[in-house]
Write a protein that binds this ligand. Structure first.
Ligand code: ROI
Length: 165
């Protein structure tokens, strides 16, 4: 059997009691096959990057998995669908969004999956919770230092609102 890889999942919701959506999603992540729980950040609240949407709840979870990347992606999309996500508009409000941010040391550029996540460096609601789960000198598989990404992406507008688990 192959060695488990540490993956980081970004969670986001801005509909139907967003923070409860995240809690329920964490429950789903704990049930994934071939996967061990490795921790979760605190809860972060922020305005949407797009105007006219409700505020978001966000967090990042860490898992150790032997699932292949696309198998994990399928499993995450099942959790999204079980929680009633309707994919009406590409960037519209959503009950639950689960993104694979990092997958071990892998660099993936496939139609369904780009890892590291292509907008990670632009999203304080991803970078700051991620930073809670890794050492201070953490570097991404593509060589970028998390500390540099944090420096370039101010905490501005983000509110850390306690613990999820
Ligand atoms: N804004 C915030 N604060 N959190 C998100 O998860 C989020 N997700 C999105 C867009 C609409 C870009 N804005 C967001 O997809």
């Amino acid at each position: 059997m192959s060695a488990p890889e540490r993956v980081f999942i970004g969670l986001g919701s801005n509909l139907a009691e967003p923070t409860e959506q995240l809690r329920q999603a964490l429950h789903g992540l704990r049930q994934l096959p071939a996967t061990q729980w490795a921790g979760v950040s605190g809860l972060y609240l922020s305005d949407s990057l797009l105007p006219g949407q409700p505020r978001y709840s966000n967090a990042v979870a860490a898992l150790d998995t032997t699932l292949a990347p696309l198998a994990l992606l399928d499993a995450l999309q099942r959790i999204e669908n079980e929680q009633g996500r309707v994919r009406a508009e590409r960037w519209g409000p959503r009950t639950l969004d689960l993104d694979i941010l990092l997958f071990g040391e892998r660099l993936l550029d496939e139609p369904r999956l780009r890892v590291p996540h292509y907008q990670l460096h632009l999203r304080p609601f991803v970078l700051y919770p991620l930073a809670e789960l890794v050492p201070g000198d953490f570097t991404l598989a593509d060589g970028r230092a998390l500390s540099e990404l944090l420096r370039a992406c101010p905490f501005q507008g983000l509110e850390r609102a306690g613990e999820l688990a």
